[in-house]
Design a protein around this ligand. Structure first.
Ligand SMILES: Nc1ncnc2c1ncn2[C@@H]1O[C@H](COP(=O)(O)OP(=O)(O)OP(=O)(O)O)[C@@H](O)[C@H]1O
Ligand SMILES: [Mg+2]
Length: 226
């Protein structure tokens, strides 16, 4: 898999690709990698009808200053008219779930009004939200995003600190996993829940090396740090 193919595999809203997940330990380079991959995508012609919304629970953005940061829906809609990437900060820790639910519903409305456009939503540090655990129940909107997004031209990338923080319902609805440095609980989860042997690849990852796991073909592709 070439770096260019990674962009399609993870971000292209082509009605085929499912949601993806990126799971790796704190400080392993998730936000840095994600920022680089989205910035590379918007340089490509095939992404020109696509919008990228980056939701950061931690209110942190590594995009350059041209990418607007908004924290309410009207500002988001306005910013999306002129910008291909927009960062969204939920404001209040008590309302993370509601804010993200609202954001998801707005993206579904946008996709209905703009049938020829694709919408990609990244939720960074998604594990901060309720329901993000192996046994957790996510909100109806998050379920809709993961399960029904594809047919509407919507894709998502859920970023968590551990594989086991992915709610069970996502397991059968993900096309690719992006991994950076992890630990043994991630390998165990890979074996138990995803039925994949990730032990070797997880051991190799460190110093910002990363890998993409195609969950359909069970192939693993390794990459040098960005
Ligand atoms: N490819 C890289 N090369 C060199 N330094 C990197 C690379 N990726 C990340 N870093 C550095 O590592 C630190 C952590 O990166 P980053 O914030 O992207 O990690 P993270 O996994 O998103 O962390 P968290 O889980 O806390 O959100 C940053 O200081 C960043 O500059
Ligand atoms: Mg981060």
């Amino acid at each position: 898999m070439k770096p260019n193919q990674v962009l399609d595999a993870i971000f292209l809203c082509d009605g085929v690709g499912l949601s993806c997940a990126m799971s790796a330990r704190s400080g392993s380079g998730k936000t840095t990698l994600l920022t680089r991959l989205i910035s590379d995508s918007v340089k490509e012609d095939r992404f020109k009808n696509q919008r990228f919304i980056y939701a950061s629970m931690k209110q942190e953005s590594m995009f350059d200053e041209k990418v607007p940061i908004v924290s309410d829906i009207p500002s988001l809609l306005k910013a999306l008219k002129k910008n291909q990437i927009v960062t969204f900060y939920p404001t209040d820790a008590d309302r993370y779930e509601q804010d993200i639910d609202e954001l998801i519903e707005v993206i579904f409305s946008l996709s209905e009004e703009n049938e020829d456009s694709g919408f990609h939503l990244t939720i960074d540090d998604a594990n901060i939200m309720k329901g993000f655990s192996n046994r957790g129940q996510t909100s109806a909107s998050v379920r809709k995003l993961v399960i029904a997004g594809r047919s509407k031209g919507i894709r998502s990338l859920l970023i968590t600190h551990r594989l086991a923080m992915l709610p069970r319902m996502t397991n059968s609805n993900l096309s690719h996993l992006v991994l950076l440095s992890g630990n043994t609980t991630d390998s165990e989860y890979g074996k138990k829940v995803l039925g994949m042997d990730l032990e070797n690849v997880i051991e190799e990852l460190g110093d910002y090396r990363w890998a993409v796991v195609n969950l359909t073909t069970e192939s693993i592709h390794r990459f040098a740090p960005v």
